[in-house]
Design a binder for this molecule. Structure first.
Ligand SMILES: Nc1ncnc2c1ncn2[C@@H]1O[C@H](COP(=O)(O)OP(=O)(O)OP(=O)(O)O)[C@@H](O)[C@H]1O
Ligand SMILES: [Mg+2]
Length: 362
């Protein structure tokens, strides 16, 4: 699930949504890399993690607990499963929202086998009381089981065999510091380069039994917003298109035609993204304009514009959030093939943002 849970757009409702759609889970499972060696991209995290796991295996101990953070669809769940596979250990999978009471967690912890991997997805959404129990368990491999109620209740300490927690979160900043500190290794996943996405797409095409050319793959990779989940989804749509209209081969013409049909342009912007930029440029001279005014003009809820369209537009340098409202950058004008008016604000002449500026961190 993604951070877009609260918006009016269902996860996966847009073809470029980084969240997972309910009906694509089985595709995802089939396309997940199984081992670190077949996990393209994220070279730093992958190398660091490989070292941590290999060293623990060599010593015959459990590795440090691992926290994986980063935007939706970049491979956190895949990596959690890879960790268990590399350690040759079973994996127990649960998620923050499923643990609403400390007792839920106590039941899981007390049934773990030695060395087992406990994957806690969306760990930032776990109940507070369970968080406290978790960090005690992570540090001392112990839980206090409360027996009885009221003044007569007693805490019976229960020793746990050593195990490895792998936590995943799209919002590392929401984790309380004591919990974050219990993870000896944190891997932050970043958006993929088009080359890495192309490698992923080649592999996926092979697994799906689809013929694909290098140019066809490159065309899809360039429109996938740095996100493997989106890349795999676009590949399936292009495959559909190629099977119905073309030579059954995912080549550049079929990729371009299919993605035009599904409204994903060459930079990966869809109709909503372009609607926001076009409204901003054509109706408001590039802004700045308040979020609500902009959203009404686009015909969307302010929340949708803010949480669904803006993060990518800001990250890629098409849109600025200024104290006076939203403003289009020169890159936005250029992408739409429009010329900014002479009196447009200074932001419109700004070609790109300084490194890190306007980027979303967790
Ligand atoms: N490095 C990679 N190589 C190949 N495929 C990948 C890679 N990273 C992700 N994928 C594919 O992208 C899809 C989404 O990956 P995954 O479920 O691991 O993401 P996630 O970070 O857990 O997302 P969420 O935050 O929504 O839970 C899967 O189908 C997976 O196969
Ligand atoms: Mg996941």
């Amino acid at each position: 699930m993604s951070e877009y849970d609260d918006s009016s757009y269902e996860a996966g409702a847009r073809i470029v949504d980084p969240g997972v759609a309910p009906d694509e889970r089985h595709f995802e499972a089939a396309l997940r890399p199984r081992r670190l060696a077949e996990f393209p991209g994220q070279p730093r995290v992958s190398e660091q993690l490989g070292l941590v796991l290999a060293a623990a295996k060599r010593r015959g101990t459990t590795p440090d607990h691992v926290l994986l953070s980063g935007p939706p669809g970049l491979g956190k769940t895949s990596l959690a499963m890879i960790i268990a596979a590399e350690l040759e250990q079973p994996i127990r999978i649960t998620s923050g929202p499923a643990i609403q009471h400390a007792g839920d967690l106590a039941a899981i912890l007390s049934s773990l086998a030695e060395g087992e991997v406990l994957f806690l997805d969306e760990i930032h959404r776990m109940a507070r009381a369970a968080e406290e129990m978790l960090y005690l368990a992570m540090e001392d491999f112990r839980v206090d089981v409360i027996v009885g109620k009221g003044p007569g209740a007693t805490a019976i300490p229960l020793e746990l065999p050593p195990f490895t927690v792998v936590g995943a979160t799209t919002r590392a900043g929401l984790l309380p510091a004591p919990l974050r500190d219990r993870f000896g290794f944190t891997g932050h996943l970043d958006f993929y380069t088009p080359e890495d996405l192309a490698a992923i797409l080649h592999r996926s095409a092979g697994l799906l039994g689809v013929d694909a050319t290098r140019q066809g793959i490159a065309e899809i990779a360039g429109r996938s917003r740095g996100t493997p989940r989106i890349a795999n989804r676009l590949l399936r749509r292009v495959r559909d298109y190629a099977q119905i209209h073309g030579s059954e081969v995912v080549d550049q013409p079929s990729a371009m035609a299919a993605l035009k049909l599904f409204d994903v342009d060459e930079k990966g912007l869809d109709r909503l993204d372009r609607g926001v930029l076009e409204t901003l440029c054509k109706r408001f001279g590039g802004g700045p304009v308040g979020l609500t005014t902009l959203a009404v003009a686009v015909g969307e809820e302010p929340d949708t514009v803010e949480t669904v369209a803006e993060p990518y537009l800001v990250r890629e340098g098409y849109l600025l959030r200024t104290p006076r409202g939203r403003a289009a950058t020169a890159q936005a004008w250029a992408h739409l093939g429009l010329t900014p008016p002479k009196d447009a604000g200074t932001w419109a002449t700004q070609l790109s943002l300084p490194e890190g500026e306007g980027r979303f961190s967790d």
